[in-house]
Design a protein around this ligand. Sequence first.
Ligand SMILES: Cc1cc2nc3c(=O)[nH]c(=O)nc-3n(C[C@H](O)[C@H](O)[C@H](O)COP(=O)(O)OP(=O)(O)OC[C@H]3O[C@@H](n4cnc5c(N)ncnc54)[C@H](O)[C@@H]3O)c2cc1C
Length: 312
Amino acid sequence: MKKEKVLIIGSGPAGYTAAIYASRAGLNPILISGLEPGGQLTITTEVENFPGFENPIQGPWLMEQMKKQASAYGTRIINDYVISVDFQKDIHKIKTEKEMFLSHTVIIATGAKAKWLNIEGEEKFRGYGVSACATCDGFFYKNKDVAVVGGGNTAAEEALFLSNLCKKVILIHRRDKLRAEKILQKRLFEKKNIKFIWNSTVEKILGKNDEKIISSIIVSNVQNKSEQEIKLDGFFVAIGHSPTTDIFLNKLEMDSEGYIFTDADSTKTSIEGVFAAGDVTDKVYRQAVTAAGMGCMGALEAESFLTKKKII
Ligand SMILES: Cc1cc2nc3c(=O)[nH]c(=O)nc-3n(C[C@H](O)[C@H](O)[C@H](O)COP(=O)(O)OP(=O)(O)OC[C@H]3O[C@@H](n4cnc5c(N)ncnc54)[C@H](O)[C@@H]3O)c2cc1C
């Protein structure tokens, strides 16, 4: 069976950027797209923070450009998904639903997914008032009223970020205290425009008449079961993310949440020749541009590995 030099798993910004660099380096990479070709940005509308564009661009359009660029330099894009991996010392076996590949290096760029509340209205208004990323969407709510759900570091950071842009931020948590680090809690409590609703869950998200935009949420107190309607412009779910790493379980070192460990300032994983880039390894920044940056690093590190091993 033919041995590939570079095989990339995932077609988000990390995967396509790795593909652009690896193909321009003459490594003739294969990229397996997965079930969500283009990755997370294909489920959003306007992107305003990817460098190079004066006006907002559409997420799916941006990913289509990355795909075209990767193809133009010779990446072989395969519409399939990986079902298992066998990382060996010298060669790695990658099994997709339809085929089997052997490759000297693998770049894992399988991304992550935001956790959602799965309540009424959440899916309907996603991208129309409902978001899981304040850094991405906060700007659309400048001087408006928003709510954030969650009690950990993510929720605290999202609320703090939004408090610098929005008129009012309501932090809703199902317990009577936050899990977030004490320093973040201190900053939250010091902010005059952040209000708290404790011991409460959000039951549903309501929209403005027939318009596809949110108008309010129904919040229920878990102790006395009382309900209240809160009018707002934006609703941020901040209950965490899950990296897409099920197929790598027990094959690579990961943290307790399933994020793949990489060496400091590197995309090198615990297995030689296997690299991880983007949201699959990054629980801090989670941006298209940082994922793309790590994709670039992954390809450069794969190239240097192949050179050292005298494969190229
Ligand atoms: C609604 C929304 C809006 C956002 N807005 C912005 C924004 O405005 N600006 C910004 O910078 N960031 C934004 N983000 C964050 C940004 O989308 C992510 O940080 C970025 O997409 C991460 O890129 P990635 O390449 O690491 O992974 P992803 O984009 O998550 O892509 C993962 C890829 O892996 C593939 N895959 C998974 N499992 C397998 C498998 N078994 N086999 C093969 N392939 C597999 C998937 O099909 C997918 O193609 C937003 C995210 C969301 C959800």
